[in-house]
Design a protein around this ligand. Sequence first.
Ligand SMILES: [Zn+2]
Length: 127
Amino acid sequence: MHTNATWLSFTRSDKWTEEQLTEAMVAASYAMNAFIPLFIRCDAQDMAVVPQVKATHNDLPTFFVYDRYPGGIGLSERVYDLWEPLIQRTLEHVAQCPCDSGCPACIGAQHDADQKVRVRTLLQQLQ
Ligand SMILES: [Zn+2]
């Protein structure tokens, strides 16, 4: 589908394996996706947050936010100006969630007990 997107790339830390980075980015995307509707007043189904560990255009870890409509309807453009508060709010939510290692209310159910810590570290790096 041809649509519009905005993206946020960052420099990869050498501390994590590719698998750890991939899983942390997937979990962070899950959490961010929950907050986009609060910032741009859309339905959660209107947008998709898609992580790529190595984006084709710059080889960097990148979060893409897509409009889920053919041609786009301008939603992702609005996210472009809101990355900072979106990441801040997502980080606060993940940090305040009373679960130990991730749950459906924050980063999704996780099999790795350290995943929640990694997501918090990742979101802090993005600020
Ligand atoms: Zn949780």
